[in-house]
Design a protein around this ligand. Structure first.
Ligand code: AMP
Ligand code: ZN
Length: 113
């Protein structure tokens, strides 16, 4: 998707602070961190949201969930962390390329407001 912000980040057309990369997964630091550790993990190929996950692309998502604990360990999140994906308007999804937030490094609030 040529007009997608995270596709451009994956392609290196927009700079990012890379945390992890393999054939199908890219992870980088959120530009507006909500916690001491705030990382976004995305599939390299464009999937608009969690609502677009199918049997055809779910291997990329499974891979993301293999990578998340590795990143958490490297970031020192030994006391826990939160993984969030916002899907659609009610969830305030602002970038329409599926991404998983990893949040940690402090005690996170126990309600979503
Ligand atoms: P969401 O609201 O779930 O769609 O999250 C989008 C996230 O992308 C927000 O936390 C933003 O701070 C983050 N973001 C937007 N632009 C960039 C960028 N250029 N580099 C890194 N993170 C970004
Ligand atoms: Zn995209």
């Amino acid at each position: 998707m040529s007009d997608c912000l995270f596709c451009k980040i994956v392609a290196g057309q927009i700079p990012s602070t890379k945390v992890y990369e393999d054939e199908t997964v890219y992870a980088f630091r959120d530009i507006n961190p909500m916690a001491p550790v705030h990382i976004l993990v995305v599939p390299k190929r464009h999937i608009s949201s969690a609502d677009e996950v199918t049997a055809e692309n779910s291997a990329d998502i499974a891979r993301i969930f293999e990578v998340i604990p590795r990143i958490a360990k490297e970031e020192g999140l030994t006391n826990g962390y939160r993984v969030i994906t916002n899907c659609g308007a009610d969830a305030c999804q602002s970038v329409k390329h599926l991404h998983f937030h990893i949040l940690g490094g402090k005690q996170l609030p126990d309600n979503m407001g």
